[in-house]
Every structure is written in C-alpha cells, then in structure tokens.
Design a protein around this ligand. Structure first.
Ligand SMILES: [Mg+2]
Length: 313
C-alpha cells in the first residue's frame, strides 16, 4: 500500500457507516446483554521509546545519575554485545546494573519508578487514551491498551499514563530480598516482542506462562484476533511486530518524531516495503494524523463486526 492510498479505507468506511448504523446499534444492545462476549475488544499495542515519548527512558534520569552521557552509555553496552556477539538488550540491562552499583545509584523498584516519572510524553499522549476509549465506546467497542517495549517496565510504571494499560510487556528485573534489582527477569528484543502479540491474541497476561500459550485454540475462539489489533511503533525493533500484525489482518502504524532529523522518506519506505499500513507524526492531539487513522480503523472494525453478525442471522 503506497502512502497515497493511506486514507482509501476511510472513504469506503465513511460511506458504509451510514448504511449499517441501524444494525450496528442493534448489535450493541445485544452484546451489552451478554457481557461475557469478547467480540468487541480491540487491542492497541504501543512501543514506548520514540513512540509515546521522545528518546530513551534511561536518558532522562538514570544515565546522568550514573555519570555518563547517553551516547557513551549506549556505545559501551553495544560494544559489550558486539565484542562477545551477545544480545544488545541483555548487554544494556547488565550495563545498567553494573554502572548503578559503581555509582551507588539505587536499583530499587521505587527508584526506577521515580526515574520513569521524569519521562516527557509526546504531544497529546496524556489525553489520547480516554478520548480513543470514548470514541470506540460509541461504536460498541472496548479498547485495551498494551505496551510492548524493550525499555524498563518499572520505569514505564512510574509514568503518568501507566494506569491506562491493561498490561505492560517490557524488560524487567529480578529483585533480591532487600528489594534491589540484581538480574534481568524479562528481556524484550525485536523478535521476542512478537511473543506478546500471541499472548494478547490468546488472552494470556502472564509472561512466565509457557503452557497455556502453547495450547491449541482455534482462531475464532481467541480473545483478540489479529484483525482487531492495532500496533504502533517507531523503530527497527518494531518491524517484526508491525509486519506480523499486518500480515495477520490487523493494522500497523509507524510514527516518527517531527523534531528529530530522521527523514520522513525513510519511514515511508516501511510502507513501500509492505511492512506497515500507515505512517504519522508522533503527535496524539485531536485531529492529528494518528488520531484520524486510529478512529477510522475503529470504524472499520465496528463495521466488520456488524457485517459478521448479519451473516449469523
Ligand atoms: Mg521505539
């Protein structure tokens, strides 16, 4: 799909919406009488760094506290990964523990949360969730927001939007009896990110579970099918997720920071290569590009569900 066809869907949706509105409202009433139905849940899954907030979350507070410049910190952890051909995410988690210990910086959960509270969000992010939730509600849909990030879960828990998410999938630590982080407990890289889409798909929140997730569940019985997923990300670690969601019938949106040097052409290449459906600036304010795209995807999902219900009558 080329960028010129980005809004093609919306026009079709707009004209169809009028025709099915009566039926859609009837469906709503029926579904409200059966609250166990999960037919109307839509998952919006967000990367964090560069998607909901500029930069990396460690750069606001943690890296300065250990006495490093951001470039220096990331370069050192990359070098460690490269020198022994290891995982770059594991290397940075180790580097965080090592540097914090060297500088007597707290590795308690509360310290990570305090650090997360300093993260600045992109324009409109704070109000985005309630606005999209109420838009979807009018269409008979329930939105569940999820985070899928290679950043630190405990830091995201300290941000002002943490309560908006049904589940935060991100890197995390094991803590000792004194409550001090000593070892990575969850490592999320570009490919392990995709496992969480299947957990969302099957309705399994637990990261440690490896039994339920592998049980056979027919596609139509899964809690949130990929066709009701919207993935929002900004970088290379999101490409496998974006592509998976798109290939499985869902929607992927690549966002970019308007204030950074990254060329818009580069990110549009993701569309041209068939890896994402849409591209928009990381501006979540009313009537922004992503606001329009997500609302129109919600319209389309509502209409698809309505048509499905008609088939079964
Ligand atoms: Mg990112």
């Amino acid at each position: 799909m080329g960028k010129n066809s980005t809004f093609g869907v919306s026009y079709r949706v707009g004209s169809m919406r009028k025709r099915v509105m009566t039926t859609q409202n009837a469906t709503l009433t029926k579904e409200n009488q059966h609250p166990t139905e999960t037919m109307n849940i839509v998952a919006i899954i967000y990367d964090f760094d560069g998607t909901l907030a500029p930069g990396n979350m460690q750069e606001y507070d943690f890296i300065p506290a250990v006495g490093k410049r951001s470039e220096e910190f990331w370069q050192e952890s990359s070098q460690m990964a490269e020198s022994q051909d290891g995982d770059t995410i594991l290397a940075y988690l180790y580097h965080m523990i090592k540097e914090a210990n060297n500088r007597d910086v707290s590795l308690r959960r509360e310290a990570f949360r305090e650090s997360g509270s300093k993260v600045k969000l992109f324009n409109g992010v704070q109000e985005w969730f309630s606005r999209i939730n109420s838009y979807a509600e009018k269409k008979g849909l329930v939105i569940e927001h999820y985070i899928n990030s290679s950043g630190i879960k405990e830091m995201i828990e300290g941000t002002s939007i943490a309560h908006e998410f049904k589940k935060i999938y991100a890197c995390s630590f094991f803590y000792n009896v004194d409550g001090v982080a000593f070892w990575p407990s969850v490592v999320v890289n570009y490919t392990t990110k995709t496992q969480f889409l299947f957990k969302i798909n099957k309705g399994i929140e637990s990261v440690s579970d490896n039994i339920e997730i592998n049980k056979y569940i027919p596609e139509e019985k899964r809690r949130i099918p990929f066709s009701r997923m919207i993935y929002v990300g900004d970088g290379t670690t999101d490409i496998p997720c974006m592509r998976l969601v798109k290939q499985m019938g869902g929607y992927s949106i690549a966002v970019y920071n308007k204030d950074s040097q990254r060329k818009v052409d580069d990110i549009h290449k993701l569309v041209d290569d068939g890896r994402v459906d849409f591209v928009a600036p990381a501006d979540y304010s009313p009537s922004s590009g992503i606001d329009t795209i997500v609302k129109q995807i919600i319209d389309k999902i509502a209409i698809n569900l309505s048509l499905e219900n008609l088939k079964h009558k």
